[in-house]
Design a protein around this ligand. Structure first.
Ligand code: MG
Length: 157
C-alpha cells in the first residue's frame, strides 16, 4: 500500500476584537487569532500536514501573506486547495490527529462541533479524526494558540 505521512504546525497570537475561528467553527471569545487570513490555526496546520504528506509546496508558498487576495480570507479556501491536490494525486485520508495548545478558550465544549465541521469539510468520517486540547504550560511566550497535526494518507489504487 502506498501510504504517506504529513506533519503540520501553526501558531497565532490573539488579537482583540477579531472573530475567533478554530477548525472552521466560530467560537464566542473576545479575541481572535492575528493573521493575514481569518487566522484559523487548526485549518492552517491541517492544510500544511496534507501538503507535506504530498510533498507539495507549503501553505505559505501557495497563499502568500503578502497577497491581498487572502486578506481576511476564510482558511477553508486553503484546506480545499490541499484536498483538491490530494484527490488529484489519487490519495485519501486514512486518519488525522491534531493537538491544539492553548489556555483559553477551553476546547472541550467545542470538540464535537469542530469534529463535525472538519468531517464535513474534509469528507472524512469523524472516527478518523482526533482533536485534543492541551494547556500551554509555559509553551509560547505570547498568548495565543498553537496546533500540531499528523495525517496519514493512502493511495486509492
Ligand atoms: Mg497560520
Amino acid at each position: 500500500m502506498n501510504i504517506r505521512i504529513g506533519l503540520g504546525f501553526d501558531s497565532h497570537v490573539f488579537e482583540e476584537g477579531k472573530p475567533l475561528y478554530i477548525g472552521g467553527l466560530r467560537i464566542e471569545y473576545p479575541k481572535g487569532l492575528k493573521g493575514h487570513s481569518d487566522g484559523d490555526v487548526l485549518l492552517h496546520a491541517i492544510t500544511d500536514a496534507i501538503l507535506g504528506a504530498l510533498g507539495e509546496p507549503d501553505i505559505g508558498q501557495l497563499f502568500s501573506d503578502r497577497d491581498p487576495r487572502w486578506r481576511g480570507a476564510s482558511s477553508e479556501i486553503f484546506l480545499k486547495e490541499a484536498l483538491y491536490r490530494l484527490k488529484k494525486r489519487g490519495y485519501k485520508v486514512v486518519n488525522l490527529d491534531c493537538t491544539l495548545v492553548l489556555d483559553e478558550p477551553k476546547i472541550a465544549p467545542y470538540k464535537e462541533a469542530i469534529l463535525e465541521n472538519l468531517s464535513k469539510l474534509m469528507d472524512v468520517s469523524k472516527d478518523s479524526i482526533s482533536i485534543k486540547g492541551k494547556r500551554r504550560e509555559g509553551f509560547c511566550m505570547e498568548e495565543g494558540v498553537a496546533c500540531f497535526c499528523v495525517i496519514l494518507i493512502a493511495h486509492e489504487s
